[in-house]
Design a protein around this ligand. Sequence first.
Ligand SMILES: [Ca+2]
Ligand SMILES: [Ca+2]
Ligand SMILES: [Ca+2]
Ligand SMILES: [Ca+2]
Length: 272
Amino acid sequence: MSKNFYFLFLLSFLFSVPVHAVVFLADGNSQLEIDGNPPDGWVTAWWVDADNGEIDTAENHLSEMTWWIRFPGDTRESFLHDSMSLSGSTGNTATFTFNKRDLAGVLNYQLEGGPPASGQSKFIQSFTLTNIGKEASSFSLFQYNDLDVNFFADDDTARYLGPGTIEQTDGDGSTTIVFKALGVLPSAWEIAGAPDLLDQLDDNSLTTLNSSPTELSGDVEFALQWDIQLAPGESITLQTVHAVPVPPALWMFGSAFVMIFGLGKRQRSFHA
Ligand SMILES: [Ca+2]
Ligand SMILES: [Ca+2]
Ligand SMILES: [Ca+2]
Ligand SMILES: [Ca+2]
């Protein structure tokens, strides 16, 4: 084996290293892992502490979340992160830039963890897309989500609640994740058993989501589709929010507590 061959071998190894390093965001009780290895990774974990103030492996709610795009004339969707690079990150935020054809994008991540052991958390993705070309630009953008609420995949139920809103609840009913699309509402959505939709996005044919079913149980996944047209120079910003809110029962208990406590105080001051 020649020296040159050895050098080329080393070089090929260097260039096979993924473009994006893994990015970890942390805030409060939460961590988010962003890992750019296609096609099975982008946001690859969302840990939320729900008990003891320590993040445990079994507190991961997310198997994977990926973005896909298709332009007119394409014969399949492509993994959007192949055209993305990290432009900066802080403790709980990260910014990526995207460029493909005449489309320039900025994708921002923000993680908002709750108090220790609360189980509450939120991560927000804000995506600004600008047509930097001289012609109108049309494209279909997809976001794929395989949430596994409370880590165990098979006992979840996903429900479509209305335009841009899907919730996914764990089998024991203790934890619900609410997904919301804001800014620009999706043109279509779909709920399925994992990994059907990922296979559809990653195969060699065109995918159009069919906006059904409104409820499904098992190892569920869901995807959103935005069909967008931009004039030259035009920009849009769409946002998606994944949140584990305060459970409704706890929220009511909290409000009742405040009411009783408030009344008690008022009565004491009345008698004084
Ligand atoms: Ca824990
Ligand atoms: Ca799932
Ligand atoms: Ca589950
Ligand atoms: Ca496809």
